[in-house]
Design a protein around this ligand. Structure first.
Ligand SMILES: [Zn+2]
Length: 259
């Protein structure tokens, strides 16, 4: 399920997104389309006019399901109002994730205990890469985490249209494993690597041999999507029909194989 969808196939072609909260009761029987450009799922507007939950789009038409591994197929249920994200800043968060390597065992979110005791009533801070990713998928692409719009934090199939010539800065990138050479692991973005996409070959430079070994164990021959959280820079040298992007990896927590 998601909070955004396309209202028509024409809108899908033009990346004209419709928000569930902007829909009305007359849209209930309308067929909407999945945000993933590669997915042909038909979506239905749900919970319109509900006092209990906000409106969202879900796949009810089993003849037009999400494609396998579609990121928008599952409910991640990580709405922004559950989190205290006012001071969230991507670079500081990346630094904290990298620094958590040396404090691996004692690194726990100090608020997680409170969260338990208080029955999740008080907002929690964002503490893991997966949590950040779930927030990105559960909220409209133009909503903000701290002062950063989700669409500028997320390089997936749905936001690929934004990345026509380069990828720059701290982002969550979803791609597929494409081999290893010495200390470099290659990732293709977007996952589909289709003819019409803005294609990038991402070179992940791994900080040391032990980390390289651990990451290889984690993702070597992995066929599903892989989530990478890093600071990306686009190279001035490019491939024939794709661009080359570099990022350094210093902590295994920057890399998550997705189901
Ligand atoms: Zn889908």
């Amino acid at each position: 399920m998601s909070l955004d969808a396309y209202k028509t196939l024409e809108d899908k072609k033009n990346n004209k997104i419709t928000k569930a909260i902007d829909c009305t009761a007359k849209d209930v029987n309308h067929v909407f389309y999945c945000l993933n450009p590669k997915c042909n799922a038909h979506l239905t507007l749900c919970s319109i006019n509900s006092n209990k939950t906000i409106s969202y789009f879900a796949n009810k038409d089993k003849t037009h399901p999400h494609i396998p591994n579609c990121e928008y197929a599952n409910s991640h249920n990580a709405y922004l109002n559950k989190f205290d994200h006012t001071s969230f800043e991507p670079n500081s968060f990346l630094k904290a994730i990298i620094a958590s390597m040396t404090t691996n065992n004692r690194h726990t979110n100090p608020k997680s205990k409170n969260q338990h005791n208080n029955l999740k009533t008080s907002p929690v801070t964002i503490s893991t890469v997966r949590q950040l990713y779930n927030i990105c998928l559960s909220n409209p692409l133009n909503s903000k985490i701290g002062s950063t719009e989700i669409k500028y934090l997320l390089c997936n199939e749905a936001t690929n249209f934004l990345y026509k010539s380069f990828i720059s800065g701290t982002k969550l990138l979803i791609g597929k494993y494409n081999g290893t050479n010495n200390d470099t692991i290659f990732i293709k973005y977007p996952s589909s690597w289709g003819e019409l996409d803005n294609k990038f070959l991402v070179c992940l430079h791994i900080e040391n041999k032990q980390l390289l070994k651990n990451i290889k164990n984690l993702i070597k021959d992995y066929k599903n999507n892989i989530l990478i959280f890093a600071d990306f820079h686009t190279s001035s040298n490019n491939g024939v029909n794709y661009k080359i992007v570099h990022a350094s990896i210093s902590n295994i927590k920057q890399i998550i194989p997705l189901k």
